[in-house]
Structure formats: C-alpha cells, structure tokens
Design a protein around this ligand. Structure first.
Ligand SMILES: [Fe+2]
Ligand SMILES: [Fe+2]
Length: 353
C-alpha cells in the first residue's frame, strides 16, 4: 500500500532500504523532527494569549476540555510507546523486522514531542488550572479531572493494559488487540476526531500557534496510523494464509473495536453539547466524521467486515448515557478527590482525617 517516496536507490547490507517501514522511518526523520521550542520561538505565544483573553468563559472551557483529552492522550501513548510498542514490534510474529524497530524510535520521539507541545502550550497560554502532576509520578501525574470524569481515561487504561500484555506475551492475537486500541481507536478515531474538532473551532477562535502545532501533530499521526494499518494487515495476511498461531486475529480486532469505540462519546461529550458548544463543533458532525473513519480504517484499509452503523449506534447510545450525567458535578468530584490525595501526600500519607 505504501509507495517508496524517499527517492533514493541506495542499498545497505543489514537494512532493507526498500522496506515500507524504512520509508516511514525516513519520512519520520524528514518531517517528524520539527522542533517544538523553535515553533514557540517563531510563532510566539502573544497572539494566542490575546485571543484566549478575549474569549468568553464558556468558549475557554470548551477549548480547555478538548485539549485536556489530547494532553492526557498524548501522554498515555508516549508512555506506552516507550515501554511496550518497542517490544511489540520486536516480536517473532513480525519476523525480526529491523526497519519496523527503526521506525518505532521515530514514532516514540514524536509522541513525546506532542506531549511537550500541549503541556507547554496549555501552561503558557491557558494557565495551570487542573494540573495534578505531582500525584502519580509513575504516569507523570493524575489525569485531568474532566478526562477521568467522563470515562475517557478508561480507554487509556485499556491501552496500557493491552500493550503491556502483548509486549509480555508476544502473542499475535494479543498484539492485534493492543494495536487496535492504540492505532485504530486512540490515534485513528479519537485523535483524528479531535483534529477535525480543532479545525472547526478555529473558525470561531483562530489560535494560530495552536493550529500550527496541530497541523504538525496531525501529519505525524498520519504516519503512526499508516504504521498501525500496515502492522495489522501483516497479522491478518498471516492469519488468512492459514498459519495456526495467527488464527483469531481478525475477530480480536473487531471485538476490541466494539468494546472500546464508546470512548469516542466520552471524548466528544467533553467539548460539545454538554458544555453548550459555544464554538460550534457539534457532536453530530463529529459522529458523522467518525463513521467515515471507521469505514475507511476497518472495512477499506484492513478489509474487515465492520458494521459502521452498529458502531455509530454504540457511540450514540454511550453519548446519551453521558448526557444523563452532570459533567460539572463529576469534574468537581475528581477535583476534590485529587485535592484530598494532595493533602494526604503533603502530610506524609497519614490517613487520620
Ligand atoms: Fe501523538
Ligand atoms: Fe500517535
């Protein structure tokens, strides 16, 4: 599916320069090494700070919630890429694919840069509200209350569990499950749905540094998703060729999709109608976009049979459930919980209050 676009005819002894993963690695080197700090220097924060100050409180809340999902999401994918994906691509089912392992280094680097961009941007432009970074050092801090309150945090937990299990077992079916949550759902549906929403909101709140950063992030994510599709296709092909240890791969991909796709509703709920949608992003538009993405990723790119109407139904039902909860109340609950933990941490963890 991938074209060789590096344009070189060079060959090597150990590395296969005709490999599609070599091509992705090289593209990552060319396009993925944009420098976050340089971008901050070149574009500057001033214009975004001015626009931010001019927004209504409801508009700010909508943007803050959307970016909160991204910040916790980028952090989670960065962690799981560092700890687990690198081991997964070294699994025997990928036949010692050296170029895939090379590409994974670029992949991990870009995920950490995405966290860097968002964390600094939110601090510098939006202030440090909702940062509970000191609470859980292993994951770099407690999640932002809105992410935990809506249930979006659960899909990141699931991603962590499945990638850890696959890295450990190296079993092709476990790997298919892990890569489906990571590349197809979190990157393919959540992040892409988020990019669509960032684009839409920029019509009413033109934050130029934010848009600049997100253009670069979405280009990087395009390569990540290509890698995910190619890796899953390889597992599916081996299953279809009748190899015993690959049996169950396709069904696992479909099952994991149905089990976790409701997280799109958790994410969309954070920054659409439940916060009055002053910047006009609209949950229904997001849902329509996700429907197209599901069709493209699962039916076309992976040649599976996924009923995208059923998927839309799952997401719409979950959204309805979300709407029946009071978002502000849930957020307050998590803020209080985190603040209690902060107090406990400050007095040495004594539990006598
Ligand atoms: Fe990312
Ligand atoms: Fe990514």
């Amino acid at each position: 599916m991938l074209q060789d676009t590096t344009g070189t005819n060079w060959q090597a002894e150990r590395i296969d320069t005709t490999s599609k993963w070599y091509d992705l690695f090289q593209k990552g080197v060319e396009l993925g090494t944009w420098d976050v700090e340089k971008l901050f220097d070149e574009v500057g924060f001033e214009e975004d700070r001015e626009i931010w100050a001019s927004l209504e409180p409801g508009e700010r809340k909508q943007i803050r919630y959307l970016l909160s999902g991204f910040l916790d999401g980028e952090f989670a994918v960065g962690e799981d890429a560092s700890h687990h994906l690198q081991r997964i691509v070294g699994a025997p089912c990928f036949d010692d694919n050296e170029e895939m392992e090379m590409y994974m280094t670029m992949f991990t680097l870009t995920e950490h840069k995405h966290t860097q961009f968002l964390d600094v941007y939110m601090h510098e432009v939006m202030g440090e509200q909702d940062a509970f970074a000191e609470l859980n050092p292993k994951r770099g801090g407690a999640r932002i209350p809105i992410v935990q309150a809506t249930g979006l945090g659960d899909v990141f937990d699931r991603q962590g569990q499945l990638t850890a299990r696959a890295a450990h077992s190296q079993d092709p079916v476990d790997i298919a499950e892990a890569l489906t949550v990571y590349h197809m759902i979190v990157e393919g549906l959540l992040a892409r749905g988020g990019f669509y929403s960032i684009n839409k909101l920029s019509q009413n709140a033109p934050l130029s540094l934010l848009n600049h950063g997100f253009k670069l992030i979405s280009t990087d994510e395009g390569r990540h998703i290509t890698h995910g599709v190619e890796a899953l296709n390889e597992l599916i092909e081996k299953e279809r060729s009748g190899r015993r240890e690959f049996q169950g791969v396709s069904q696992a991909i479909i099952d994991v999709l149905y089990e976790n796709v409701g997280s799109i509703a958790d994410f969309g709920y954070m920054f659409t109608g439940a916060v009055d949608d002053p910047l006009e992003i609209s949950f229904d538009d997001l849902l329509l976009r996700v429907g197209h993405l599901v069709d493209g990723q699962f039916n076309e790119a992976l040649d599976l049979e996924v009923n995208h109407h059923k998927i839309i139904g799952i997401v719409a039902d979950r959204h309805q459930e979300c709407l029946e909860t009071d978002i502000d109340e849930e957020v307050r609950k998590y803020q209080e919980q985190y603040n209690r933990k902060r107090g406990a941490a400050a007095d040495g963890g004594r539990d006598d209050d």
